[in-house]
Design a protein around this ligand. Structure first.
Ligand SMILES: [Zn+2]
Length: 73
């Protein structure tokens, strides 16, 4: 169940897969705990990114943007 749980935790699960996983989690304490800990971990990662946008990652994004811009533009 780990793959589907990952998708539910990070919000990429859709449709039947999402429904099936949620209905399983509703009666499986083990998977429910796992899903909760995944969500907590992902939430922490997102918060860390918002609080601390490192200068290096911003610079890398700008470089990638310049590289993808059409030449001569
Ligand atoms: Zn389970």
């Amino acid at each position: 169940m780990e793959g589907p749980l990952n998708k539910v935790a990070d919000g990429t699960a859709r449709g039947l897969g999402l429904w099936y996983t949620l209905s399983h989690v509703a009666h499986c304490p083990q998977c429910r705990r796992f899903l909760e800990s995944l969500k907590a971990m992902i939430g922490k990662l997102h918060r860390a990114r918002e609080v601390e946008p490192s200068e290096e990652s911003v610079q890398r994004m700008l470089n990638a943007y310049r590289m993808s811009a059409p030449p001569g533009g």
